[in-house]
Design a protein around this ligand. Structure first.
Ligand code: BDP
Length: 671
């Protein structure tokens, strides 16, 4: 699209296909999409594409370089595909149309290699069925949160001037294309905090959601809607929203059937209930299973008998905690909340109710342990939620590639045996980092987070660094080969370590927070220390950290399955990077690394800033290889990152120097 960054689908990525002869076999709207993609590539690069919709019209596959074909079931489901190359023909087969589309994008990723190297037949299928982005987009601009809550990439892609962006739905389609090219198949189009205008998307404004669904459908993406639990009252005029009330249940059933009339392949509801002021079943003395199951029933009933295929799902969020707690009370612990609320309900949720859990027990900090709930609900379908929008990781002004953090989380054996990726049977979800910015994500390098999330959701045990390479090769189209190596190595150097760099200059050793209240950007060591949000570090003159042990603390460590409960219980076995999350330690405590806590704080904060300076230098050296607009945008963000990193370093180091009175072993200046 004009004026919009092509991200990981630049024209050049289609050159290997567009210069060749392609045969497409099969019928259906997504096969049309595949055909459209190849035809467009051929128009640009001079190749040829033949469409053969008949089952066997006798076209001779060997006359082609690429054959994309719908075939019978091969046990790969509707999204899987196979790819092989023999006798000079690259052959992609799929049973479902979406699989064929994913097969095409697989060939795009392979580039020239798809046509030059023989390859044995390889089967590909997603490990996780639902790979979803939650947009925290408001239809109307919210007076405090703006249009996109925690959005750092401009306005909403979907909504402008209080309604769906009719004239710009072409951009939504282009977004769907990008998402399909990294494997995402579901999008929730509005904020989990549902305000008055947004509530009506469920009823009289469903047509606007349907228009978005139409724009995304050609790329295999279903839409979901965030709804308010109070909808029967605020929209239906009922006196109650009690999930066991017959009138309320009927209202949801009827409303949902109208949603299906407008959007036959509607994905389902996302619900934030009894959380940070949102209404929920607690008001009626009902459990969250009662609430979720009522909506699950409405989604099932409405869909039965329709031709739309699989029915809708309710994604019920587990982010439920007391945000009005007494900071002086060291026994209440926000980290415990999701487990305490939901584990007793294990086994009670309907099959199409998915419990959506943030990957950590707190709230998307740069370092958190895995939520213990994930290993403790074998009878419930769980979805795991990560945050691509960089609320606590630099707000898309700092480079912070989150691939290694997500990969560590997904490979963590939460119940002692299965990984988080395996336990996420209900899907993987990221809070989107996209807006109407020409680079999609504000910081052009933040695109790597979106891409990596999609690819990890497809294959949670993939090596994230391999995915980073893939993103770089696709996004930064080489001009001359020796220069492409320099370009790729430079971008890799800037991104690959950036999460650890960010961790170094911000809150230390898993303690989290220390951000400016409200907007959450920049340092404020005590910003949340004396507030009711449950986000404390408890630093005093002797030490820092939260005692969450069973023996002497809040007992949170005991929520883990074996072996983690024991590992986290003792400072002797707790990993350094999480030490202050689980324990209150003296400044002179010796870490496994051989440094004291206080020296670790000083060293990492100096190193973090040095690493940003080095990364900025690498980026500057790429000025002749990156297009000027993109280079300038990243440079401008880097300057702010460096300023902010220095501010973090100075505030955190001086705070702890003054609290502890311990001098830096290297005699560096601390203010
Ligand atoms: C927090 C955000 C807040 C969200 C909330 C959520 O600060 O804006 O509404 O998460 O996930 O991280 O519901």
């Amino acid at each position: 699209m004009q004026g919009v960054d092509p991200a990981w689908l630049p024209d050049g990525a289609f050159r290997p296909i567009g210069t060749r002869r392609t045969l497409i076999r099969g019928a259906g709207p997504l096969v049309d999409t595949v055909h459209g993609e190849v035809a467009e590539a051929c128009r640009r690069f001079g190749g040829r594409v033949v469409r053969d919709a008949g089952a066997d019209a006798g076209a001779d596959g060997t006359a082609y370089d690429l054959v994309l074909e719908l075939t019978g079931p091969e046990g790969l489901g509707s999204e899987g595909f196979t790819c092989r190359r023999e006798n000079g023909v690259t052959h992609v087969t799929a049973f479902g149309q979406t699989g064929l589309l994913y097969g095409l994008f697989h060939v795009v990723r392979l580039g020239e290699r798809a046509f030059t190297q023989d390859r044995q037949k390889q089967a590909h299928r997603p490990a996780v069925a639902l790979r979803m982005l939650d947009h925290w987009d408001n239809v109307a601009v919210h007076p405090v949160m703006g249009q996109v809550e925690r959005g750092y990439a401009g306005g909403s892609l979907f909504w402008a001037d209080g309604r769906a962006r009719g004239e710009l739905l072409g951009r939504v389609r282009a977004y769907g294309r990008l998402l399909a090219a990294c494997g995402i198949n579901a999008v929730a189009v509005n904020n989990v905090n549902v305000h008055a205008v947004e509530a009506r998307l469920l009823t009289d404004r469903i047509g606007e959601v349907a228009a978005i669904a139409d724009a995304l459908r050609p790329y295999g993406i279903r839409v979901h809607l965030s709804v308010t639990f109070a909808a029967p009252m605020v929209l239906g005029g009922l006196p109650t929203a009690d999930p066991l009330d017959e009138g309320v249940r009927d209202w949801w059933a009827q409303t949902t059937s109208r949603v299906y009339e407008a959007i036959p392949d509607f994905g389902g509801y996302v619900v934030k209930a009894d959380s940070e002021g949102q209404p929920g079943p607690f008001a009626y003395g009902r459990s969250h299973a009662d609430g979720a199951n009522m909506l699950a029933a409405a989604l099932t009933a409405s869909d039965s008998g329709s031709a739309a295929g699989p029915g809708g799902t309710v994604h019920w969020r587990a982010f439920v905690y007391d945000h009005r707690q007494d900071w002086r009370d060291r026994t209440t612990d926000r980290a415990r909340a999701a487990y305490d609320h939901f584990v007793p309900l294990d086994g009670q949720f309907a099959p199409n109710a998915v419990l959506q859990v943030k990957h950590g027990p707190m709230d998307f900090q740069v370092r958190e342990p895995i939520s213990p709930l994930i290993g403790a609900m074998p009878g419930t379908r769980l979805a795991v939620e990560v945050q691509a929008t960089q609320e606590y990781t630099g707000q898309q002004r700092h480079v912070c590639w989150l691939g290694p953090m997500w990969s560590e989380a997904l490979r963590f054996r939460a119940d002692g045996e299965s990984t988080v990726g395996e336990l996420a049977r209900g899907g993987l979800v990221a809070v989107s980092n996209v807006g109407d910015d020409p680079f999609w994500t504000g910081h052009p390098l933040a695109q790597a987070n979106l891409y990596t999330f999609g690819r990890l959701a497809w294959q949670p045990d993939a090596n994230p660094y391999g995915l980073l390479d893939e993103w770089i090769r696709l996004t930064y189209t080489p001009t001359r080969s020796e220069e492409s190596a320099r370009l790729e190595a430079g971008v890799y150097a800037v991104l690959s370590h950036s999460w650890r760099t960010y961790e170094k200059y911000t809150a230390p050793l898993g303690v989290g927070w220390m951000v400016q209240p409200g907007h959450h950007y920049g340092p404020s060591v005590d910003g949340y220390e004396y507030s009711p949000w449950g986000t404390y570090h408890f630093a005093d003159r002797d030490g820092i950290g939260v005692d969450r042990s069973v023996a002497t603390g809040t007992g949170f460590a005991g929520q883990y399955a074996k072996p983690w409960a024991e590992v986290y219980e003792s400072p002797e076995t707790c990993p350094d990077e999480l030490l202050l999350f689980f324990h209150h330690m003296s400044y002179e405590h010796m870490l496994h690394s051989g440094k004291t806590v206080i020296q670790h704080i000083y060293d990492t904060h100096f190193e973090g800033v040095e690493e940003v300076e080095a990364a900025l230098g690498v980026w500057a050296s790429l000025v002749d290889l990156v297009d000027p607009a993109r280079h300038a945008r990243v440079t401008e963000r880097f300057e702010e990152q460096l300023r902010s990193a220095r501010e973090w370093r100075d505030q955190v180091n001086s705070y702890f120097f003054r609290k502890s009175g311990v001098a830096d072993a290297h005699g560096r200046r601390i203010y």
